[in-house]
Structures are given as C-alpha cells and as structure tokens.
Design a protein around this ligand. Structure first.
Ligand code: UD1
Ligand code: UDP
Length: 364
C-alpha cells in the first residue's frame, strides 16, 4: 500500500517535545509517512540535539540551518528554504506546531503551493498583537485546513474569527501526552535534583525567555530582583535560556542572576523531574505553565496575559506582570501555599493518536 507523505516542520525547543509523541503515532500509522524538517532555529545541543536523543525522535531529513537575525530575516529565509523542500518532496500535507517563526514560515510556504496544512496547538490567543507569537499563530490558523485545538476555549477563539467549524478538531494537548509518556522514564533517570544540590520539594523552578521580558530592561531587572529576593527564602533553580543569558550580559544584570542556582538549559527528562519536585514554578513559558499543572505544582506566570486562561480560572496559575521584584517574590511565596481545583484539562493524554488518525482520514 502506498503511504501518504507528510512534511513536519519544527525548529524550536517546545516543538521537539510536541513532535515526539505525534511522530511516534505517525510512524505507527501505515497510511502515513513523515519527512521531518528542522529549520535550525534552535541549534545549541542543549536546545535541540538533546531532545532528539532523549525522546527518540527520528533524525531530521533536512536541517535548514537558519537561526538568529531579525524576525523578518529569519522567517523570510525559512520561507524560501522550506518552499524548495516542498517543491522537491511534493508532500500531501504539511504539519506545523505552535507559534514560532518556524511555524509561520512552514505554513506560508505550504499555503502558497496549495498544500493543505495541519496546525497543532491551534486557536490559542493572548490578544496581544505585539507578541511575535500572536501574529504567527493567527496567520497559521487562517491558512490551515486542519486545526487541532487543545481546549474548547481555543475552539471558541477560532469560531469567533470566522474559521469554518468543519476544519476544527478537538485533540487535547500533545504536551500532556509527552509529559505522561516520558514521566514513566523518570524512575530510571539519574537524580538530577540532588546533583544540583537541592532537596526534592524545597526549591522553586524558574524559566524566563519571553521577548517582552528579556528585551525590556526594567522587566528583566524586576524579574531577577524578585527571584534573587525569593532565593533568600528558598533556593531558585533556573535553567538559563540563551536569549536571556545574552540580554543579562548585555545590560549588566548577570551578577544578580548569579545569586540563583543557574544551570544551562536541561534535557526534557531533567526538566520533568525538576518540575515534579518543585514547591512552585515561576515562568514566562507557555509549555512550562501547563507542565506545572500536569505535575500539580502551583505556578506564577510573569506576563501581562496568558493563552492558557483555564489555568488561571482553576487556581493553578497566577498571572503577575513583572514590574516589581517584591511583588514577584510575594506572589511566588503565596503560590507555594496554594492549590488549584481538582479538574481535568487538556484531554486524556491521547491527543497524538487523534492527530495521526484524523490526518490519515483527511488524506484518504
Ligand atoms: C523562540 C520562539 C518563542 C518560543 C521560544 C522557545 C519565535 C518568534 N519565538 O524564542 O515563541 O517560546 O523559541 O524557547 O519564534 N539562541 C542560541 N542558541 C539556540 C537558540 C537560540 O544562542 O540554540 C539565541 C540566539 O542568539 C537567538 C536568540 O537566542 O538570536 C533568540 O532565539 P530565537 O529562536 O530567535 O527566539 P527565542 O527567544 O528562542
Ligand atoms: N524545557 C526543557 N529544558 C529547559 C527548559 C524547558 O526541556 O531547560 C522544556 C519544558 O519542559 C517544556 C518546553 O521546554 O516542555 C517549553 O519550551 P520553552 O519554554 O522554551 O517555550 P514555550 O513553551 O514558551 O514556547
């Protein structure tokens, strides 16, 4: 039997985590054959290769080696290079994830060649069009043929924008699948918590990388002042994203950051272990907000808005715009003493199966 060729485009760390369970399901679907394209957006081994190795993702068939530069330059180069791959491979569908520049470039390249697009993690909105991610996800949604939504709120956002209901598929969240699947491997995983000099249940985990936080000095300063203050009460572990590292160095705030337990970005298994045993998580990451909830750990999100509003509504997450260090510290301490409601969000951990079977049916 001939299988239908689909091309999956990934490029940034969260996409490697999302693609792991989905590619696994696609491999098990006899009607489908996947070609994997890595744009190169994230390239350090601890931002890319570690995930392919740990999570058993196939080696990319193409690595376009495109990273850095302005948003326009990066997206434009990706568009040109992805188009060349699509012309050569002639897939029946292009699969993209989330809201990065790699997502938008993949979607634009496919739509100009009239190749149908499937978008995973569709329908999320921050309603802040100054975020590069908001533009990327709106444009991607509006040129997709299959829009896989992780929540009913995401479906409603799409309907409000006039997207045809027939294109929208509730799948649940593929990140929940990844978390469930790889948490099983934690038992045999080396004890990274003790190696970091920490006690399980007695530290706060933090990640910071969002452009609106790193590239506005007052916000970056408030965040690291807040975390440094918190660190006087409870150790703060922070795997440092390369964007944040370079901004801290550029504006002379690295000494403040060095008061924390700073480590290089870690692999997904270490990250799951750090999340599972944290007293609280303080982050501006989309994925980490949800993983806090998956692990039933209270979370503080240092942003003005979040796409994952159900976490706020159910008390698992509190939104704290990062303008004052003292407030950040107080909110983190308060979060440590809080618990959210006993609710089931993001589906049953079978989103990847749904995605593979719906794509298979769509192409048949
Ligand atoms: C990107 C995504 C963001 C996502 C984040 C996940 C866009 C617009 N942004 O942001 O939505 O939440 O990834 O982590 O697509 N760098 C390195 N090594 C790497 C990767 C990046 O040094 O392996 C440095 C480069 O100097 C680069 C900077 O980090 O210029 C920013 O990287 P970039 O991919 O542009 O954006 P992120 O902030 O990582
Ligand atoms: N992550 C990781 N190591 C780290 C930091 C994050 O494996 O040092 C994982 C995290 O568990 C989550 C994903 O990366 O699955 C989130 O990616 P990121 O925060 O970079 O992007 P976002 O989700 O905000 O787009």
């Amino acid at each position: 039997m001939n299988s239908d060729k689909i091309i999956t485009i990934v490029g940034a760390r969260p996409q490697f985590i999302k693609v792991a369970p989905v590619s696994n399901q696609i491999r098990r679907t006899t009607g489908l054959r996947e070609i994997l394209v890595h744009t190169g957006q994230h390239y350090d081994s601890n931002m890319s290769a570690v995930f392919f190795e740990e999570l058993g993702i196939n080696k990319p068939d193409y690595n376009l080696g495109i990273s850095g530069g302005s948003h326009g330059a990066m997206t434009g180069q990706m568009l040109e290079n992805i188009e060349a791959v699509l012309l050569q491979e002639k897939p029946r569908m292009v699969l993209v994830y989330g809201d990065t520049n790699s997502t938008l470039a993949g979607a634009l390249a496919a739509s100009k060649l009239h190749i149908p697009i499937a978008h995973i993690e569709s329908g999320l909105r921050s309603f802040n069009k100054r975020m590069p991610e908001e533009i990327n996800r709106i444009l991607t949604d509006h040129c997709s043929s299959l829009l896989f939504v992780p929540t009913n709120g995401a479906r409603e956002n799409l309907l409000r924008e006039g997207i045809d209901e027939a294109k929208i598929v509730y799948s649940g969240d593929v990140m929940f699948d990844a978390c469930l699947q790889f948490s099983k491997a934690l038992k045999e995983h080396p004890d990274c918590i003790r190696r970091a000099g920490l006690e399980p249940g007695h530290y706060v985990l933090s990640t910071i990388h969002r452009q609106e936080n790193t590239d506005q000095e007052p916000r970056l300063q408030a965040i690291f002042e807040g975390l440094a203050k918190l660190n006087k009460t409870i150790p703060v572990l922070l795997p440092l994203h390369p964007r944040t590292k370079s901004r801290l160095e550029a504006v002379g705030l690295m000494d403040l950051a060095l008061q924390l337990n700073l480590v290089d970005p870690v692999g997904y298994l270490d990250m799951l272990a750090f999340e599972k045993h944290a007293s609280a998580i303080v982050t501006d990451s989309g994925g980490v907000q949800k993983e806090a909830y998956f692990n039933k750990v209270p979370c503080v999100t240092l942003r003005d808005e979040t796409e994952w509003v159900e976490l706020i509504d159910t008390g698992w997450n509190r939104l704290v715009p990062p303008t004052e260090g003292n407030v950040i510290c107080q909110e983190a301490l308060a979060a440590m003493r809080s618990k959210g409601q006993d609710v089931t969000l993001y589906g049953g951990g079978k989103a990847s199966q749904k995605v593979a079977s719906v794509i298979d049916q769509f192409l048949t």
